[in-house]
Design a binder for this molecule. Structure first.
Ligand SMILES: CC(C)(COP(=O)(O)OP(=O)(O)OC[C@H]1O[C@@H](n2cnc3c(N)ncnc32)[C@H](O)[C@@H]1OP(=O)(O)O)[C@@H](O)C(=O)NCCC(=O)NCCS
Length: 169
């Protein structure tokens, strides 16, 4: 399978919404997405980038179709050290378990390194999210620590317990 990343565009909104399931809502988006809301999210990222914010989102493309997203955000501080660049991702349910997320994380680490965005890539996976923890390990990250998030909540609205994985860039 040919996996590539492309900067996320408004035109990808429908694919992103279609790729969302309960796990994506629980561990990534935090709520049901709509096409309009996703287009507005792309616009907001562009506006904030023009103002100097460094969060970037990419579509994950597999054999010519957009099947998920991966984003990088050097300004996330919750549970991280200065110089850490947070990475978050989601992959459509019908293509999971085929190495798409691991490849996308590897590719985005290359972009983060090339653009000198930080010293380490970091993945903060919920303690309940075994698949995401496995992605981190398979992408060459090592477990750093477990912490209670000051920003993210679990399914009951309580602070999420996050396992932090890091990889030198
Ligand atoms: C996490 C997620 C991105 C993984 O995508 P993916 O393309 O299936 O990942 P990969 O195929 O690259 O690797 C998945 C690994 O996790 C394993 N895995 C999948 N589901 C699992 C589960 N419930 N428990 C344990 N391991 C699991 C797979 O077996 C595979 O490991 P293996 O190759 O050793 O068998 C996908 O499940 C997803 O989009 N989940 C919802 C959003 C999310 O959780 N995002 C993470 C936020 S940090």
């Amino acid at each position: 399978m040919d996996i590539t990343l492309r900067p996320l565009r408004r035109e990808d909104a429908r694919a992103i919404v279609t790729a969302e399931d309960d796990a994506t809502v629980r561990f990534l988006s935090g709520g049901r997405s709509t096409v309009q809301g996703t287009e507005e999210y792309v616009d907001r990222l562009e506006r904030e980038a023009a103002e100097g914010r460094s969060k970037r989102a990419f579509g994950i493309w597999a054999d010519g179709a957009c099947v998920g997203t991966v984003d990088v955000d050097p300004q996330v501080t919750d549970g991280l050290e200065p110089g850490d660049v947070n990475i978050a991702y989601g992959v459509a349910p019908w293509i999971r378990g085929r190495g798409v997320a691991v490849r996308a994380v590897d590719l985005v680490c290359g972009i983060v390194a090339e653009r000198n965005l930080g010293e380490r890539a970091a993945i903060r996976a919920s303690a309940e999210n075994s698949a995401s923890q496995r992605v981190a390990e398979k992408a060459g990250f090592t477990f750093s620590h477990e912490m209670r998030s000051a920003t993210d909540v679990d399914g009951q609205g309580k602070p999420e317990v996050l396992r932090v994985f890091v990889r030198e860039l």
